[in-house]
Ligand binder design. Sequence first.
Ligand code: UD1
Length: 420
Amino acid sequence: MDAIEITGGRPLSGEVQVSGSKNATLPQIAAALLAPGRSTFRGVPDLADIRTLGKLLGHMGARVERDGATVYVDADRVANPEAPYEMVKTMRASVLVLGPLVARFGRARVSLPGGCAIGARPIDQHLKGLQLLGAKIDLAHGYVEAQAARLRGATILFDLPTVTGTENLMMAAALAEGRTVLENCAREPEVAALADALNAMGARIQGAGSSVVTIDGVNSLRPMDIQVIPDRIEAGTLLAAAMITGGDVVVRGARPEDLDGALAKMREAGARISAERGGLRIVAPERPDAVDFITAPFPGFPTDLQAQLMACLTVARGASRVVETVFENRFMHVQELVRMGADIAVDGHTAVVRGVARLSGAPVMATDLRASASLVLAGLRAEGKTKVHRVYHLDRGYESLEKKLAALGANVRRVKGALA
Ligand code: UD1
């Protein structure tokens, strides 16, 4: 298992380019299952999660090829509409194949994802929605088995906004008979990007990116050729890297409209952020001011940036209060940050972070994707050497993060095959 080794203390400076969005690519590639023929995806990040989905589609009989940043998916010969446990357990987002498979093939067998490091994460909303579209759902042997001769449009009110749930049902409804209205939808930019992709396939979807999405079902769809949007979470992570080091960085490809909630808090913490050179420039103070924040569905502060901003606040002037409302177990980075000298107390969903003047480098262990990123950020600030183990978590969602940080002046390198 690789590790990332960082010697902290250098303010970052320069320009860095954001890669394509992981969470936008995954549902778009799953959507390729909706149509026979070859779809083309441009600007696809080379990440473990994308490779996992590629393998899953390959397992079903699709042909998936990569040429640089372009991925081709030919879904002509899908013979086996099944997502086995071995694949779903490594990536929950595999559940995104459920909607497209039932819609096009009339049946699907997908392993239940189960728990994960950040909480229980049920898929009841996905299943309730498919049932309302007329699918027969059985749970047996750890699998969801869904069947429907043809899905029928319906009005579906989500109990809570779910990103992949909204995406799964948009894909299913695209081939249903009649009109589907989805209410209380997730408004994340990745949902809107998926609707754009589906509409490019010939779907008739309106309102994606707002809380009500209307889908007029069509009889068939055609392959798409699309450009992936930039990764707003990677962009936010790079801004946070500049923030924690008191740096001056231009993050190219960062779109302010995708990052509203996070930018507001970074500004409140004293960063100057402006649109520049096709992205965002951040000029950060030597130490941030303390800020309180609470995670929420888009356009609120994203849970996927909670750990990274918390890392910045460990060296803030004053005490900050962080409330996590989206996932129940998403403070796994706290104990590792404490090992680096941070002063953080957790009580239920709330963490109180008392800023300290300095962090000290230490060996630390990542437990999930965004927690890993927060430890790398803390290492950039800490005195001495930090070694972040279990980097496979980081590799699920960040393309060459250590190379991007090194190009901004950080003293960081990957150690191959380090002991965990
Ligand atoms: C997506 C993102 C993930 C991000 C999360 C929240 C992808 C591939 N992943 O995950 O990076 O952290 O959004 O922004 O896009 N819930 C239910 N029942 C359901 C579905 C969800 O109770 O059927 C709950 C979840 O447990 C959670 C909340 O709803 O508490 C939001 O989860 P959801 O938006 O579904 O997250 P994902 O789509 O899995």
